[in-house]
Design a protein around this ligand. Sequence first.
Ligand SMILES: [Zn+2]
Length: 410
Amino acid sequence: MRTKISGISFITCAVTLFFLTGCTVEPQKIEPSPPGYQIRVLLDDRAEKIFFEVDDEYEIINWDTSEISKAEQTVKEIEITANGNAVKMGQHRFETRRLGLQPHNAQPFVINHNQKYRGELEIIVNADNKTLTVINIVPMEAYLAGVVAAEMPSYWEAEALKAQAIAARTYGLHIKSRFGKNRSWDVRATQANQVYKGVLAETVRTNNAVNSTAGLVLCCEQGAGCEPFGAYYSSVCGGHTENSENVFGDKIEPLKGVECPYCRESTKPSLFYWPTAKFDKKTVTKNIIDRYPSFKELGTIDKIEAVRESKYDGNLTRITSVKLTGSTGKTGFLRGDDLRLAIDSSGTKIQSTCCTIISLKDEFLFVAGKGFGHGVGLCQYGAREMARQGKTAEQILSFYYPGSRIKNLY
Ligand SMILES: [Zn+2]
């Protein structure tokens, strides 16, 4: 459990804080989110067990019966497992497939020794009766504190951090409203949506960016008025951002690609360009079929050809659609970025689709790569350069999301 900090250790911590702003004393205050503005973050969808601890009283809610039990603070971590139709929590067995744990006084809780979150924890027993889905239900602003800190280095310019906070708030709300209704969670805590690392990632500078923009979102005219949209963002666009319809399918004015002269200025060549990535055909076939089982009929994938590309000034070409030809002679098509993440889910080897794909006898090469990420919406390194040049968060956002404006949602 978390220990209270005594006089001496507090001084050590305060000194460290002065230099590093990384020492956790007490979680910083985050602006409240109005009722209804919370988000359900998927932390794990197949946990065999989790360990839970919290330094305050908390309530245990059996969501099948709505029965509420009050629990003392945990003096040591409690193991939680699935047990048939029940959740086992330490020595207690709760006859439910869905259990909520709600700490009092907004006290953050710790799971699995080193992950600390604001908000509540929800545990769902999966259909296999053995594993658990683990969800953090957290107020939107507290969620953003854990996102901005994970998505942008805290030492970057304040206006870039503010632009990041507004884009992340807009994106989070969009994903929640678009996909959350038919499932038990709204967003993943990974780069599949936005990276969320909870309280331990938070810093004073990133929290200031969230607090100073609380409630602000980007919107554009969409029939019913100015509505938030999928404000995608990526690391390095490579010189031109991409039309969203070529990557995610949404055709919308603020997600139209723009020429970005900025990220080239703020990246080292080793980040702007990436080295040749090699994957053998067996791995490529397996990874693609794992994600898109219907491609099984292709047999071993033998050839990958770019069939649609966006060509921009400055020798930048982004592959937006590919044709796959298999050993059976059958063919299939994928969007460029879907291919990239199917082959390399981490996105760290094939860093973008601004590259050339070469099909050799036993392997595929991805050569002459530029940029990092899908390239839609705000370019994070570009935003940093704009902030360095004195641009405000509002100017950065209106550059990368043309035709959008900022509105105050709460
Ligand atoms: Zn850029």
